[in-house]
Write a protein that binds this ligand. Structure first.
Ligand SMILES: [Zn+2]
Length: 410
C-alpha cells in the first residue's frame, strides 16, 4: 500500500477506535439513576448507588480527557511524521539497527509513561482517594512505578531483544519461533507467579493454623483438590479491593488470599469464593485460557510478520528507510481493531466460565454465601448496577452482578 494512503489508514483507525470506545462508554454511563433491587437492599443504600454512579461518571470524564490527550499526541506524531523524525535523528548516534530499535522503543516507552504519570497520579490520589479506594502513599506509588520500570526494562528488554534479533536474523519465519518462546514464558509465569513475581510487590505469609485453614482444607479435600499451601498476601497495603486466586498445576497448587478478603468475609463466604476458584480449575478453564491466549498471541505474531518487513509502513510514519521499530508502532495501530475483536471473543468465553464456576460452587458448597460474598465485593468496587449490553458484550470479562446473583439465588 502507498505510504500516504497507509498514513491516513492509521489515522482513520485510531480515530474510529477513539469514537467507538468513547461512545460505548457514554452509552454505559448514561444508564445511571438505578434503583436498588431487593436482593441488594441490605448491602447497598440508594445513597451508595448515587455515589457509585458519581464514580463512574468521574472516571468517564477522566478517561475522556486522557483518551483525547493520547489520541491528539498520536495523531500529531502520525500527521507530521514525528515517529520517523525520531528514528532519523537516532541514526546519527546509533548505526547498528538492532540496538537502534531497542533504544527507540525505550525512548518511546519512557516518554509516553512520563506523559501519563501526572494522569496516573491524579487518578490514584484524587479520584480513587475521593471515593475511598486508595490506600497507597505517594512513596509506595513511586516505588511501584520504579519497580515496574525495572521489570519492564529487564523482562520487556530481553523479550524485545529476542523478537528484534529473530526478525533481523531469521526473516518472516520468526513469528512461530517467537510464538513458541512466548508460550514457554507464559507457562513459566503461570507456574511461578506466586513464587517470583508477587513477592516483588507484596508480602506473602502462610495462613495461620486454625478453623479457617481446616475448613478450607476439608472443602478442598471433599472435591478432590490437592492443595500445597495457602498464603495470605498484604493486598491492603494498596487497595481495599479484595481478591483470591491460585497458581500452579498438578499437586503443587498454591492458594493466595488477600488479607482484605479475610477481614471482610465470613469463613462461609470465603470458602464459597474459593469454591468458585476451584470450579475454574476443575472445569479446566485454566487450560482454555492458556489455549485461547496462545491462539491470540499466534494470530498477532503472524499478522506482525506480514507488516514488519514492509518498507512503506516506515515511510508512512515519516521514516526514510525500513525500520523494524517504526513498523512495530504501525502494527500496534493496525492490529488494535483485530485485537478488540479477539478480546470480545475472549470475554464471551470468560463470562461463560464465570457462570460455570458459580454453578460449581453452588453444587459442591452453597450458592447463598457466594452470592453474599459477591454482594460485599461488588459494593466495595462500586460496579454499575445496570451496565449497557453493548458495553458488557465488549468489555465485561465477568457477567453483571445482578445476572450472577439471579442464578446463584434462584
Ligand atoms: Zn471467576
Amino acid at each position: 500500500m502507498d505510504p500516504a494512503l497507509l498514513k491516513y489508514l492509521l489515522l482513520g483507525i485510531i480515530t474510529l477506535n477513539l469514537i467507538f470506545e468513547k461512545s460505548i462508554n457514554w452509552l454505559n454511563v448514561r444508564r445511571a439513576h438505578c434503583l436498588v433491587p431487593k436482593t441488594l437492599e441490605q448491602y447497598l443504600s440508594q445513597e451508595k448507588v448515587t455515589e457509585s454512579e458519581e464514580y463512574q461518571k468521574t472516571n468517564y470524564n477522566f478517561g475522556l480527557i486522557t483518551g483525547l490527550f493520547t489520541y491528539l499526541i498520536t495523531a500529531i506524531f502520525i500527521l507530521f511524521g514525528f515517529f520517523g523524525d525520531l528514528d532519523i535523528w537516532l541514526q546519527d548516534f546509533v548505526g547498528e539497527p538492532l540496538l537502534r530499535s531497542l533504544i527507540y522503543i525505550g525512548i518511546l516507552f519512557i516518554g509516553s509513561d512520563l506523559l501519563s504519570l501526572p494522569f496516573d497520579y491524579y487518578h490514584t490520589f484524587k479520584i480513587e482517594e475521593k471515593f475511598g479506594f486508595n490506600k497507597t502513599t505517594p512513596k509506595t506509588f513511586f516505588l511501584d512505578k520504579l519497580k515496574s520500570y525495572l521489570l519492564s526494562i529487564t523482562v520487556g528488554g530481553v523479550l524485545l531483544l529476542a523478537l528484534f534479533w529473530l526478525i533481523h536474523q531469521i526473516g518472516s519465519d520468526f513469528w512461530w519461533i517467537f510464538w513458541a518462546v512466548a508460550m514457554v514464558f507464559m507457562l513459566a509465569v503461570n507456574l511461578f507467579y506466586t513464587a517470583w513475581v508477587l513477592p516483588i510487590f507484596n508480602k506473602l505469609s502462610p495462613l495461620e493454623e486454625g478453623e479457617l485453614k481446616n475448613r478450607i482444607l476439608a472443602y478442598a479435600n471433599s472435591v478432590g483438590f490437592s492443595l500445597d499451601n495457602i498464603f495470605v498476601v498484604d493486598g491492603s497495603k494498596r487497595s481495599t479491593k479484595a481478591n483470591a486466586f491460585f497458581s500452579g498445576f498438578g499437586r503443587r497448587k498454591k492458594v493466595v488470599l488477600f488479607d482484605t478478603l479475610i477481614e471482610q468475609h465470613t469463613p462461609e463466604e470465603l470458602i464459597a469464593v474459593l469454591a468458585h476458584e476451584i470450579g475454574h480449575y476443575k472445569r479446566k478453564h485454566i487450560w482454555y485460557n492458556l489455549l485461547t491466549s496462545s491462539l491470540q498471541v499466534g494470530v498477532m505474531l503472524y499478522i506482525l510478520s506480514l507488516v514488519i518487513y514492509n518498507e512503506n509502513m516506515s515511510l508512512a510514519l515519516g521514516g526514510n528507510q525500513l525500520a523494524i521499530h517504526l513498523n512495530l508502532i504501525g502494527f500496534t495501530m493496525l492490529f488494535s481493531p483485530i485485537s478488540m475483536l479477539l478480546g470480545v471473543g475472549l470475554n464471551m468465553m470468560s463470562r461463560k466460565h464465570e457462570y460455570e464456576a458459580d454453578a460449581f460452587a453452588k453444587e459442591t458448597f452453597a450458592g447463598q454465601p457466594l452470592a453474599e460474598a459477591l454482594k460485599t465485593l461488588s459494593v466495595k468496587t462500586l460496579s454499575h448496577l445496570n451496565p449497557h449490553p453493548l458495553y458488557v458484550f465488549v468489555h465485561y470479562s465477568h457477567p453483571p452482578l445482578l445476572k450472577r446473583l439471579a442464578k446463584l439465588e434462584g
